[in-house]
Design a protein around this ligand. Structure first.
Ligand code: FAD
Length: 438
């Protein structure tokens, strides 16, 4: 028998993180904690986009499913991210081509497009009101970044994608009023949403499709033998044939081998006070989401109630909240000097699951245990397909899942105790390159 034991879920104090999302999402349905024994075909660990997508797709295929969320639905990255709905991957397609060959790389690209469509379809089909808005800008501020965007557009065209339009400085002003950028790609096939509303809507859809949902129920151990899996929690057990591990950076708490290819990189977001309508529509007239082209990048957008949500990395994770807000605010003022003195109403952070080569990590630990992680800050759309492909694979259609599972990943070269130092070093190095325009 194989036994895996997870440490307790850290950081959870009974509530969602104090974000603008938590403040603006409607009252969430609560699901009970597991007590006693549940039997099912598939147990899903993790109630974020990945786990809920898998659970919903499995239930739609007629399988019995129990989903265990250690905290609350959407407590992890899915309920607190930048909300940017993006096709493609955090890593360039060139890496997929090198590792898998052109045909399989093309399949991966198509899956990423399907991920964006899946969000729109599920929001429509399940009546999920999640403030979905189309339009996305990749901005550039120097020659190197403009060249990188030109190359990116050429690559999109090679893949037959034509919804991305080059904007020079004058055209850019129709989308963003910022002195910081002088060119961009404008993509109507990407957009943004309210992630907590979407993840809660997915949970309702999964529940309605027959998934037995449990919150405050962390997977503490997994025992595997020939008969199947026994998944232990503090007050009960799930007996299942298969397990989907969708605990993001915490997958490795259950299967330590999965942790060795992931770095938990913290990213922070601030939300301003609601901006006057005239100011909001001057700053971002088309309401597009924006991501800059720095290696240590900033991402931002307007919320439905016209707050500027401005995310990125701060220098010191452990800094006190005021320092963190000041740091983010200073970055915000570089992009929109008009907002230098505006009030900041919310500030929060979360862990981005970052592999060293930023390729998504899908795989099987055994014939019974499937996992997906390593979305590298690009998971809002791709997680939906990760869940869908795991469900397809469990139901016998392994093809597309296995294409991703063939990708190779590098191990983090330091022990867990030194990871934070490694991340800081990496960020510092990339900041210097950004500053020098390299
Ligand atoms: C600040 C921030 C901004 C981001 N911005 C963007 C963006 O704009 N666009 C984009 O595409 N991506 C973005 N991302 C990345 C994206 O949010 C993630 O890739 C995605 O949400 C991952 O979903 P998931 O379901 O795999 O993980 P999660 O949403 O983290 O879900 C994992 C769940 O597992 C639970 N769990 C952990 N351990 C256990 C256990 N032992 N038992 C049971 N449950 C457990 C956790 O409580 C959690 O709810 C961002 C991430 C962060 C942190």
């Amino acid at each position: 028998m194989n036994r895996h034991v997870a440490p307790h879920l850290s950081q959870f104090d009974g509530h969602h993180v104090d974000s603008w999302y938590a403040a603006s999402a409607p009252q969430q349905e609560r699901y009970p904690a597991l007590e006693g024994v549940v039997k099912c075909d598939v147990c899903v660990a993790g109630g974020g986009f990945t786990g809920l997508s898998a659970a919903l797709a499995l239930a739609e295929k007629g399988l019995s499913v129990a989903l265990l969320e250690g905290a609350l639905i959407g407590f992890g990255a899915s309920g607190r991210n930048g909300g940017q709905v993006l096709h493609g991957f955090a890593s360039p397609m060139r890496l997929f081509e090198q590792q898998l060959g052109g045909r399989a790389a093309r399949q991966c690209w198509d899956v990423s497009l399907e991920g964006v469509a899946l969000i729109a379809n599920r929001a429509h089909r399940h009546g999920i009101d999640c403030d979905l808005h189309w339009g996305f800008l990749s901005t550039a501020r120097n020659k190197q970044q403009r060249q990188a965007l030109t190359a990116r557009q050429a690559q999109l065209e090679r893949y037959g994608y034509h919804d991305s339009q080059w904007l020079d400085q004058a055209a850019l002003r129709e989308h963003i009023d910022s002195p910081r950028y002088n060119a961009a790609l404008y993509d109507t096939g990407c957009g943004h949403l309210h992630p907590l509303k979407y993840v809660q809507g997915l949970a309702r859809a999964a529940h309605a499709a027959g998934v037995r949902m449990f919150e405050r129920t962390a997977v503490a151990s997994v025992d595997e033998d020939r008969q199947g899996l026994q998944i232990g929690t503090s007050n009960g057990w799930v007996r299942a044939d298969k397990l989907v591990l969708a605990c993001n950076v915490d997958n490795g708490g259950i299967l330590p081998a999965l942790r060795r290819t992931i770095l938990p990189v913290t990213s922070h977001i601030i939300a301003t006070e609601p901006l006057p309508e005239a100011l909001a529509s001057k700053l971002l007239p088309t309401g597009a989401a924006v991501c800059d082209s720095d290696r240590v990048l900033d991402y931002f957008r307007l919320s439905a109630d016209r707050r500027l949500l401005f995310g990125g990395r701060v220098k010191h994770d452990n800094s006190n909240p005021n320092q963190l807000v000041d740091e983010r605010r200073a970055k915000l003022a570089r992009v929109f000097p008009q907002l230098a003195n505006c009030r900041i109403d919310y500030a929060w952070g979360g862990h981005v699951d970052m592999g060293l080569n930023k390729l998504p990590q899908f795989g099987r630990h055994s014939s019974r245990i499937y996992y997906a992680q390593g979305f590298a800050g690009h998971g809002v759309a791709l997680t939906g397909m990760a869940g869908q492909l795991m469900a397809d694979a469990i139901a016998g259609d392994i093809g597309r899942f296995d294409v991703f599972a063939r990708l190779r990943h590098r191990q983090v070269p330091v022990p867990a105790s030194m990871e934070e130092s490694l991340i800081r070093l990496g960020v510092m190095y990339h900041r210097v390159r950004d500053a020098l325009g390299l």
